[in-house]
Design a binder for this molecule. Structure first.
Ligand SMILES: [Zn+2]
Length: 158
């Protein structure tokens, strides 16, 4: 038995206003069309069994989330390093390298280089460590979740 996927609708209503950056995506129940989630971040990767029971009609549908072992490498990477974190990492790394380039040569040595570059990567490392908590929970859920098990069996049959 496969469950129907959620209905996804992208909105970008303020294309003329100063809020042009504001966009969101609605996710609706395929049975009663009730909105169950709004994402303001495009292509947000979510961990979960994938099956959700609608609070409006009590029917089950696929909300698009997947458990960690089911995700492909690119999705896993996007979960650990979403675009905002990548932008922050790139900016901090650029600033660190720029600082090393303009610093007087008698001050810069490899210790200072490691400290500055490592310090610029520290927020990203802390972020990834925090993200490992839901990944661990997802791995534990995956072993016992009936929806994940069913998808595994369906993949094995096809
Ligand atoms: Zn519904």
């Amino acid at each position: 038995m496969t469950v129907p996927p959620a209905i996804r609708t992208d909105h970008q209503p303020f294309f003329i206003s100063p809020l042009a950056f504001l966009r969101w995506t609605d996710f609706r129940c395929p049975h009663c069309h009730a909105v169950f989630r709004k994402d303001f971040w495009p292509d947000h990767v979510r961990l979960g069994s994938g099956e959700r029971t609608c609070s409006g009609c009590a029917k089950v549908f696929d909300d698009g989330s997947r458990e960690w072992p089911e995700m492909k490498f690119g999705r896993k990477l996007r979960f650990l390093l979403p675009p905002g974190i990548l932008a922050m990492t790139g900016s901090l790394l650029f600033c660190a390298i720029f600082t090393l380039c303009i610093a007087p040569t008698d001050v810069v040595n490899w210790h200072i280089g490691v400290i500055i570059v490592g310090g610029s990567l520290l927020p990203t490392i802390v972020w990834c460590l925090i993200r490992l908590v839901p990944v661990n929970r997802s791995n534990l859920r995956y072993e016992h979740d009936p929806a994940s098990m069913r998808r595994r069996l369906e993949r094995a049959e096809s």
